[in-house]
Design a protein around this ligand. Structure first.
Ligand SMILES: Nc1nc2c([nH]c(=O)n2[C@H]2C[C@H](O)[C@@H](COP(=O)(O)OP(=O)(O)OP(=O)(O)O)O2)c(=O)[nH]1
Ligand SMILES: [Mg+2]
Length: 336
C-alpha cells in the first residue's frame, strides 16, 4: 500500500463502458448492507478466475452500458435482486492490477431476497470479520474502509467539561456510526481511565473510542491508538492495537502511515481553522492529490463541518474529522 498509485479518473458522468479493446476491463462491484450494518459478500464459484476467493457481487461492464446499468444487470443475474437507488463511491479504490478498472457502488435500495443464483455461496458479514475471509487481493483496501465510519470525532473535554461533552457524544452516537479520538493534554493514567469510560458509553451505539498518545503507555485501554505525527516519525512497526490511526500533513507522512500498516490517517489542515491560524490550508484539490497517492483511508481535518462529508468523499476522503465542540453545536448533528 506504500508507493505511488495510478488512480483512474472515474466519475459518475464519464462512466459508459470503454469501447477501446485495448483499454482496461471495466468492472463494477456492490456494497450492500443490511439493517445491522452487515455486508453481503460472495464466494467466486468453480470455473471462474479466482474461484474460492470472496468478493463483492458484480461483474464486467458490457460495451455501451453505463456502470449503474451494469450493476443492476449483474446483481439481477448473480443475486436475483432488483436494484433501486445506488451511489458511486469514488473513495472506494481497490488495489487492482493493470488491466482492470474496478469501481464500487453502494446499493441504497433493492427489492427481492438475495440468493446465490449462480451456485455461489453468499454471506452477510459484520465488517470487522471480513479481513478473516480469503478475499480477492484487490479488495483488501476496501475491507479497511468498511470498518470505518464517515465521522471521526476528536474530543473536546477540557473545553466543554465532561458532562456536556458526554451529552453531545451520546446524541451524536445515537444518530450515526462514530469513531472517537480521545485527545486531551492529560497524564496517561487519566487518559486510560477516561478512555475506558468512553468506550463503555459508546459500545451500546456501536461506536468506538481510540486514544491519542504514546502506544507504550496507552495500549489496551481503548479500541485503538491514534499516533501523533511526531510519534509516527519515530516508530518502525504498527502498534499491536485493533485500530491504529495517524496524524499526517504531507505526502511523506501519509506514505509512512501506509507503510507501517496504519488502518487510517487524518490529513490536515484542509481549510483555515481558528485553532491553527498560521498553518497554510491544503484546499480540497491538494487533499485529493495527496489522498490519491495511498490506498489508506484518509479523513479530512481542519475547518470541517458535517456538511463537508459529501465534498470529502468526492475528494477521496473516508470522511471528515471534527472536534466534538463543533460537532454538537446548535444541534448540528449528522443526518442518518
Ligand atoms: N465482481 C467483482 N470482481 C472483482 C472484485 N475484486 C476483483 O479483483 N474483481 C475482479 C475479478 C475479475 O477479474 C473481475 C470481475 O469479473 P467477474 O468474473 O465477476 O465478471 P462477471 O460477473 O461479468 O463474470 P463473467 O460473466 O465474465 O464470468 O474483477 C470484486 O470485489 N467483485
Ligand atoms: Mg461477477
Amino acid at each position: 500500500m506504500g508507493g505511488r498509485l495510478c488512480i483512474p479518473a472515474i466519475s459518475p458522468t464519464t462512466m459508459s463502458a470503454s469501447t477501446d479493446p485495448t483499454g482496461p476491463e471495466r468492472v463494477v462491484a456492490a456494497i450492500i448492507r443490511d439493517g445491522d450494518g452487515r455486508v453481503l459478500v460472495a464466494r467466486r464459484p468453480e470455473g471462474k478466475v479466482g474461484a474460492g476467493f470472496w468478493e463483492f457481487p458484480g461483474g464486467k461492464v458490457d460495451p455501451g452500458e453505463s456502470q449503474s446499468e451494469a450493476l443492476r444487470r449483474e446483481l439481477h443475474e448473480e443475486l436475483d435482486i432488483a436494484v433501486g437507488a445506488c451511489t458511486f463511491l469514488p473513495h472506494y479504490r481497490a488495489a487492482t492490477p493493470p488491466g482492470i478498472d474496478l469501481a464500487f457502488w453502494r446499493v441504497d435500495a433493492y427489492e427481492g431476497v438475495a440468493r446465490g443464483r449462480e451456485g455461489q455461496e453468499i454471506r452477510w458479514c459484520p465488517p470487522d470479520t471480513l479481513p478473516d475471509l480469503p478475499f480477492l487481493p484487490a479488495d483488501r483496501p476496501i475491507l479497511a474502509r468498511l470498518r470505518l465510519p464517515s465521522f471521526y470525532l476528536i474530543s473536546d473535554v477540557d473545553h466543554l467539561g465532561e458532562a456536556l461533552f458526554e451529552e453531545r457524544l451520546a446524541q451524536a452516537a445515537a444518530r450515526d456510526a462514530l469513531l472517537l479520538q480521545l485527545r486531551e493534554p492529560w497524564p496517561a493514567s487519566r487518559l486510560r481511565a477516561y478512555a475506558q469510560h468512553l468506550r463503555a458509553l459508546l459500545a451500546p451505539y456501536g461506536g468506538r473510542c481510540i486514544v491519542n498518545g504514546d502506544p507504550n503507555e496507552l495500549m489496551g485501554c481503548a479500541d485503538g491508538i491514534h499516533l501523533p505525527a511526531s510519534h509516527l516519525a519515530r516508530i518502525d512497526a504498527r502498534p499491536a492495537a485493533t485500530l491504529v490511526g495517524a496524524s499526517c500533513h504531507d505526502a511523506g507522512e501519509l506514505r509512512r502511515a501506509a507503510a507501517i500498516g496504519c488502518d487510517f490517517a487524518v490529513l490536515s489542515p484542509v481549510k483555515l481553522t481558528p485553532s491553527h491560524p498560521d498553518a497554510a490550508p491544503l484546499g480540497w484539490a491538494r487533499f485529493r492529490e495527496l489522498a490519491a497517492e495511498v490506498l489508506l483511508p484518509v479523513y479530512a481535518l481542519g475547518g470541517m463541518t458535517i456538511a463537508d462529508r459529501v465534498s470529502a468523499e468526492t475528494h477521496l476522503a473516508q470522511g471528515v474529522a471534527l472536534r466534538s465542540g463543533v460537532f454538537g453545536k446548535d444541534a448540528d448533528l449528522p443526518v442518518p
